[in-house]
Ligand binder design. Structure first.
Ligand SMILES: NC(=O)c1ccc[n+]([C@@H]2O[C@H](COP(=O)([O-])OP(=O)(O)OC[C@H]3O[C@@H](n4cnc5c(N)ncnc54)[C@H](OP(=O)(O)O)[C@@H]3O)[C@@H](O)[C@H]2O)c1
Length: 237
């Protein structure tokens, strides 16, 4: 199903899915060599942490998790308190997407045990399963070669009570979610920089659509200028 043809009524077994990304004015989320992927202002970082306070779980792809000192946590006591006031657990769950199970068990995320880390993977990860199970709190196989998010997301809701899922990229995971028609809301921060680079990742990568009719249709919910950045929120429903 394409994002465009998805049913208008929400499946109550699915979590509400938000995608949050910072991109340059030329639509890149990192430089072509991937050395630079953090380029937003402090305000943008605060925005990311505030969004996390609204989500039961934060999800990212294997390459994003492996790209630095990523912990995917709430970001400090102030945000933990905010979560509790909102009736959420003090710490968000953390979800890693990795079809091949290529997640380093020594990665930073596994050194911080404040909340469960869940890995969504596929049959391709067979030889890595023991290591993944040693590192994560749960490993779920959802598909033979590609993760079937229509299986994975209801499972997250049922098993881990995830009602709001915040996906923080990268482009490949976001692309899979859009292709599956599972994104409810897109938060984009447009940062005043140009990276260029035909191979630099963008907010939504992967195969992409080939026809205009298959494009995800968004509605602009809000646009705020703060300093030199634009904070855009689109509804994808
Ligand atoms: N500016 C920002 O806001 C922002 C945010 C996040 C990331 N980034 C940057 O973006 C870059 C990473 O983006 P990316 O698109 O290259 O990688 P990514 O989406 O973070 O991770 C890609 C990996 O996720 C797994 N994956 C994704 N979709 C899958 C599916 N449908 N089925 C099975 N596995 C799937 C695969 O793992 P396996 O290879 O293990 O199968 C794939 O290699 C990094 O440079 C990062 O720092 C920027």
């Amino acid at each position: 199903m394409t994002q465009n043809s998805k049913p208008k009524t929400r499946n109550p077994k699915l979590p509400f899915v938000l995608v949050n990304m910072a991109m340059t004015a030329d639509g890149k989320i990192a430089t072509a060599n991937r050395a630079v992927s953090s380029f937003g202002s402090r305000r943008d970082h605060e925005h990311l942490l505030e969004l996390r306070t609204t989500a039961d779980a934060v999800m990212s792809g294997a390459r994003t998790v492996g790209s630095g000192k990523i912990t995917m946590g709430p970001g400090g006591a102030k945000f933990q308190r905010l979560r509790l006031r909102r009736g959420l657990a003090e710490f968000n769950l953390r979800v890693i997407v990795s079809g091949g199970g290529n997640v380093d068990p020594r990665a930073e995320i596994f050194r911080h045990r404040f909340s469960p880390v869940i890995i969504l993977t596929t049959g391709r990860a067979k030889k890595n399963l023991a290591a993944l199970r040693g590192a994560a709190d749960e490993v779920k196989i959802c598909g033979a070669r590609e993760i079937d998010f229509h299986t994975a997301l209801p499972w997250l809701r049922e098993r881990w009570k995830v009602k709001r899922l915040l996906c923080e990229g990268g482009g490949e995971v976001n692309g899979a979610l859009f292709r599956a028609g599972l994104v409810d809301e897109l938060h984009l921060t447009v940062c005043p920089k140009i990276f260029g680079g035909r191979n630099a990742p963008t907010p939504v990568d992967g195969a992409g659509v080939l026809k205009l009719a298959d494009a995800a249709q968004l509605k602009l919910k809000s646009a705020r200028r703060m300093g030199e950045e634009m904070f855009l929120v689109y509804s994808a429903r």
